[in-house]
Write a protein that binds this ligand. Structure first.
Ligand code: SAM
Length: 435
């Protein structure tokens, strides 16, 4: 039975969760190694104070502000905060890359590396390696070059062009917030080169086929097909994937709070899990962790991996192999619990079990009710119940008008719950009848 009132991404999440209880491996989160080995391995930490100032994201932020005379103090503050967050992001990725880089002269490639926020400090941290920055923006690479020169770095190379065309041999690939499909292009290039990788994806909304992306040829033509893994593709269509991608795209912390935010985070967790399964299907050992400082970015998932037959040293595998509880996945359980209470209360009045409303159980109810506030639900329930119990005094049908599709879906959802008949009429009306 279809879940009344739910959106496409919610139905898709339901299916994924049902599959995860059957055949599909469920998402697993690993602990960022910095949380465990930090004190034992100080060399994994970037000591910014010992690096040249031009390598710190603050240098870039200041130089941007100096160039733009219109910048106000509040904007200065925002830029400075953003630069501090970028520094935390860089620390999280650089430590993983350092752990996966073995041997002198290793070639590390920073895909979509921009002005070098990750590549340059890493080149300073590992002066015995060569670090190449790949980007399509000439201007960004020019700025990266200036910064590298100022810092006296000898081991930085620049490569102008599209990620998918990069064809030099290398041993570790990395990407920090490579937009949309750029993360997947980078993963493909790493897999083709049998290289290890550390990838922190960015805006997943751009993965949707309908979303425009300046880096896609013709704006929307994707060069990557989604879902990525055969495992997820076996139960999620491209259209459903699009819905997950749109819902899993968020840029600030407000969008990830509350019940609705929990669902968005859940979508993002499944999108990254799909990428992880894709690498596993191609002979990789791949794991997902979050940035060491999770507040550094709402887009804080990191995928890291290596060809299964060429693992790093045992100590490294072990330091990277600690599973942890994923608060996002745990929030699904909370959703179960909090909505179970709502559902019991509502079912008590309506005399109807929620399993009738939703073939997939409590999570379905949780997903559907996450859309509306308790007040909205209570008001609609009391309105429809009044109609139901009026036994004809209010006429044989009730027309509820609303210009918002969200409100109309609420009417459908509550009417179903109350055991009333309901249908859409015209563009704005929902007609409700007693059975
Ligand atoms: C959000 S910025 C991230 C830059 C940098 N990694 C950072 O963390 O600040 C994304 C970068 O990806 C680059 N980019 C996007 N698609 C690309 C592609 N297909 N090939 C090369 N560069 C790409 C853009 O030019 C841009 O510099």
């Amino acid at each position: 039975m279809a879940v009344v009132g739910t959106k496409s991404f919610e139905r898709t999440l339901l299916r994924l969760h049902a599959e995860a209880e059957a055949d599909l491996p469920p998402p697993i989160l690993h602990t960022h190694p910095l949380a465990r080995v930090a004190s034992a391995s100080p060399h994994l930490h970037l000591s910014w104070s010992q690096l040249h100032p031009s390598l710190h994201p603050q240098w870039l932020a200041k130089s941007e502000n100096i160039r733009d005379a219109r910048v106000r103090p509040a904007q200065h503050e925002r830029t400075a905060l953003r630069a501090e967050r970028k520094a935390r992001q860089v620390e999280s990725l650089a430590s993983l890359v350092a752990m996966l880089t073995a041997g002198r002269g290793a070639h590390i490639v920073d895909f979509a590396g921009g002005t070098g926020p990750l590549a340059l400090p890493l080149a300073a941290l590992l002066p015995w390696c060569v670090v190449t920055i790949v980007d399509v923006k000439r201007q960004s690479l020019a700025l990266a070059e200036t910064r590298a020169k100022q810092a006296g770095l000898q081991n930085v190379r620049l490569w102008l062009g599209d990620i998918k065309d990069f064809d030099q041999p290398f041993s570790v690939g990395m990407a920090l917030h490579a937009c949309g499909e750029a993360t997947d292009l980078a993963m493909d290039v790493c897999i083709a080169a049998s290289a290890r990788f550390v990838l922190c994806p960015c805006c997943v909304g751009k993965l949707s086929r309908s979303a425009s992306d300046p880096y896609k040829p013709n704006g929307t033509d994707s060069r990557v097909s989604y879902p990525r893994s055969a495992a997820v593709a076996s139960c999620v269509s491209s259209e459903e994937y699009d819905a997950l991608a749109c819902a899993g795209d968020f840029a600030d912390s407000e969008q990830v709070s509350g019940r609705r935010g929990a669902l968005r985070r859940l979508c993002k967790a499944w999108l990254e899990h799909d990428r992880m399964l894709y690498a596993v299907e191609r002979g990789y050992d791949c794991r997902v962790c979050r940035m060491h400082v999770e507040d550094a970015s709402p887009k804080n998932h990191i995928l890291f991996g290596w060809p299964r037959g060429q693992p790093p040293a045992e100590a490294v595998v072990s330091a990277m192999g600690h599973e942890r509880a994923d608060p996002t996945l745990a929030s699904t359980t909370q959703l179960h619990q909090c909505v179970a209470c709502d559902a019991e209360a509502l079912a008590g009045v309506a005399g109807k079990a929620q399993s009738v409303l939703c073939g997939t159980g409590l999570l379905g109810t949780a997903l559907a009710t996450s859309e509306w506030s308790q007040t909205e639900l209570d008001e609609m329930h009391s309105r429809l119940r009044r109609f139901k119990e009026s036994a004809g005094a209010e006429g044989d049908h009730l027309v509820v008008s609303s210009s918002s599709s969200r409100q109309r879906r609420l009417v459908h959802w509550v009417a179903e719950f109350e055991g009333l008949l309901h249908r859409t009429e015209g563009k704005r009306n929902v007609v409700v009848k007693r059975p």
